[in-house]
Structures are given as structure tokens and as C-alpha cells.
Design a protein around this ligand. Sequence first.
Ligand SMILES: Cc1cc2nc3c(=O)[nH]c(=O)nc-3n(C[C@H](O)[C@H](O)[C@H](O)COP(=O)(O)OP(=O)(O)OC[C@H]3O[C@@H](n4cnc5c(N)ncnc54)[C@H](O)[C@@H]3O)c2cc1C
Length: 463
Amino acid sequence: MDIDALGNTISALRKQGHPIVVGDDVSKRHSVDFTCENALKPAAVLRPATVEEVSAALKACNDLGQPVVVQGGMTGLAGGATPRPGELALSLERLSGIEELDEAAMTITALAGTPLQTMQEAAEQAGFLLPLDFGARGSCHIGGAIATNAGGNQVIRFGMTRNLVLGLEAVLADGAVIRSMNKMLKNNAGYDLKQLFIGSEGTLGVITRCVLRLLPRMASSCTALCAIQSFPQAVKLLRALQAKLGGSVSAFEVMWADYFQRVINHIDALRSPFSQPFPLYALVEAEGPDVEADARRFEAAMGAALESGIIADAAIAQSVKDRKALWAIRDGVADITAGLAPFASLDLSMDIAAMPSFLDQFDRELKAALPRAINLVFGHIGDNNLHLLVSTRRHQDLSAIFDIGYRLTGAHRGSVSAEHGIGALKRGYLHYSRSPEELALMRRMKNALDPRGILNPGRVIPA
Ligand SMILES: Cc1cc2nc3c(=O)[nH]c(=O)nc-3n(C[C@H](O)[C@H](O)[C@H](O)COP(=O)(O)OP(=O)(O)OC[C@H]3O[C@@H](n4cnc5c(N)ncnc54)[C@H](O)[C@@H]3O)c2cc1C
């Protein structure tokens, strides 16, 4: 859309009385998501405060053929919410608030712009657990988390965001409001329409409301850092703990030696609890209803893993302070990224058995192409998810790194996005994980729901 046409559209939307902020009044936060790639300040931002206003704004944009980028908390890691030339932003930040916490149904109902942390806290105050958590909890919206089907630290036990969504309301490109605000666990009355909007990153509709499942709050939390000699031993540990702890394992975060050492060496406050380095470390957490019995069971499981040689050593947290210190090693990624910039962040998933071969080939090809590259690996391996932080500190090397990583992911039948989504930045690589038939069906679905292509164009589906 050219500048004159965009100006005319903005004038028309203003005249029609839509809540819109224009020009210098547009805040910089609407320019780019957390990737900081391709920042562009939109000419105007629609800021609806009600579902009716979302519907009216979309209908007007659809009638005018005006492309719209949907924006939540702007913490996304795939460039999906970053405006492209000619787009207006539609921000959900004013459509915020918890509408109901139903203790009998164990559900929480909220508007899409509600921050995740606000919902976690409301659940906790009522004695429940909302088992969705990740680093951006304070800034991301629940609508954004649903649109990206976010994962996080507890997927191994509670699943992705999708598993928690019981009901959803979304507005289609033409302004039609689809209300599927279901609270029931069982509902097979026709197509499960909410699934269209979960994980489709704003390309099929704008999420405006949701009903999420709550669970009973856990009383106990047992945490340990395990030192491990090999990848097969890490897998054995995961399966042994899952068997012994009866499904209560809520985190299994594996850190490879290069990642672990870098975090320990670069963050003054952090120390390794072990006197020697190991090839791998697993941060393990289990939660349950009985503080004393759970701690006894956890220690016994750790003791058995040590005795049978599955782990070489273990540090079990004895206090909240210990637990925080162990998690700080895993969360230290946030503190080391600045020193590695610019870096490529790969968020991949694959069969657990394919991981050693993938990592081995990736390291070999990376070293051959870019001998000075640093590759730091950690992952939620119980969720099949590997995160690679790769850097030569040169922007011009990034696409070579992505090319090697995504090609090998495809060769190992993996996914080029485990949890962060495809957005604008990874759509050129989607073909490594999806067949031509799958991509064709995605295009047909997009055309059916958004025939004028106004919603988040240029995201997810390859050109
Ligand atoms: C520090 C940090 C840690 C993170 N950790 C994790 C993690 O562990 N696991 C994980 O999966 N992700 C993680 N993320 C990324 C995560 O995807 C986002 O934080 C979150 O899910 C996006 O929410 P948001 O409201 O910020 O969405 P935005 O960034 O605003 O948007 C993301 C995408 O969703 C679309 N969108 C937003 N709102 C709506 C809506 N209401 N309706 C339709 N489409 C919408 C946008 O158009 C865009 O395509 C992390 C991010 C950060 C910054």
C-alpha cells in the first residue's frame, strides 16, 4: 500500500471514530518485538478497548483492504508482531482484565491483553496453579501466548498453552466474532474451532478472550542439579525419574558443558556446585502435594540414579535460596546474550534419539563454514526441544548459521520452531518441517478465513 493510500485509510478510520493513535503519538514500543530485527514505527495504531471495537476496526480495515499487524506484549521471538511497510498496528493492550475465576469449574476467563503474570497471580491467590510460565510472563499478553502456543518450563508435565485453553473468542478479518467460550473438558460438538487460532500467530483471527484450565496448587517443589557423563545417560535419568516420581517431574532442563561453563564464568554471582566439569548437566524439578513425603521420594530417586551410575553427582536444593541459585544457572542465558550479539537463536525440536546425531553434524558443518563460531546448547529435552545460541559476533554470518541449522533439522525430521513460532523471520525455512501438501492446506485455510489477506500478511506461510 503506498503512502497516500495509507494516509487516506487512516483519515477514513479517524472519521469513522475508531480508537486510533497516529504519527508522533505512536509509541516506539509498537516498532519491534523482542528480536529487535527490522524495527519500523507504524503510521498508526488501533487501540480497541472492547471486542466490539476490535470487530469494527477489522471490518473497516477489511473493507478498505488495509493490512494489519496484530500486537500483544511485543515479547515474541519470531518477528510476527513487528510492523511491515504499509501496515497499521492493532494493539490489544487496552483489552485487558480478568473477567472470572470459577473455583468450581477450575477455570479463569480473561481478555486477550491481560498479562500472563496477572493471571498467574490471580490463580495463586485463589489457591490454584496456572501452569504456564516463561521469562516474558510480566510483559506478554495471554492472547500473544495463545497466538504463539507458547511453551516454557513446565511443558513436560502440563503441555503447551494449547493444552490449557478450554474456550476462546476471536474476531475474523471481516469483523465476525467467533465465540467458543467453552468451559467443559469434553466437547465434541463439531469442529474444535478454537484450535484454528491457537498457534496460528494472528494470521487467521484476532484472539479477544479466553478460558484457561487451572490446576490445584502444589505444596512441594524439589529441585536438583545433576552432573551427567553422556546424552544417553541424560535420557535414562529422565525416564527413571518419570517412572519413580509418578508423573510429578515438572522441569528437565539439560545444559551442555559449553553453555554451563560460559554462564558460570560470565556471571559473578554463579558457582558450579561440582568440583570438576562434566559433559552435561540436568536441572530437575518435581512438584507434588506433600512436602515431606515428596522430598523423601525425590532424594531416594536421586540416590538410586547415583548408585546405578546414571548420574555422576547431584546437588539437591535444601532451601528456596538454593533452588533460586540452581535456576539462575539455567536462566543465565538472558545475561550472556549481550556479550554474544549478534547471535543466531535456534529453537528446534526433534525426536530425542535424533539429538546427538543432529548436534554432532551441526558442530561439524558449523566449524567447517565458520571456524570461530561459538555454539551454546541447552534444552527442555523431555519436550524434544533444543535451544542453540550460535555466534561469530558478525551479522553477516547469521544466515549461514540458520541455513545449516534448519537444513539439518529438516534432515533429522525435526521442527524449525519448537515453541517461538515462525513469524516473519522463519517462514523461508518452514518447508524443512512441513510438506508441500501441508503448506497448500495452510494457504487454503488462510484464504478461507482472510480472503483479502489483511491479517498479519507475510508471516508464517511461505510466499
Ligand atoms: C525473556 C523471554 C522468554 C521467553 N520464553 C519463552 C519460552 O520459554 N517459551 C515460549 O514458547 N516462548 C517464549 N518467549 C516468546 C513468547 O512467544 C512470547 O513471550 C509470548 O508468547 C508472546 O506474547 P506477546 O503478547 O508478547 O505477543 P507479541 O510478541 O505481541 O506477538 C507474538 C505473535 O502473536 C500475534 N498476536 C499477539 N497477540 C495476539 C492476539 N490477541 N490475537 C492474535 N494474534 C496475536 C502477533 O501478531 C505475533 O505474530 C519468550 C520471550 C521472552 C522475551
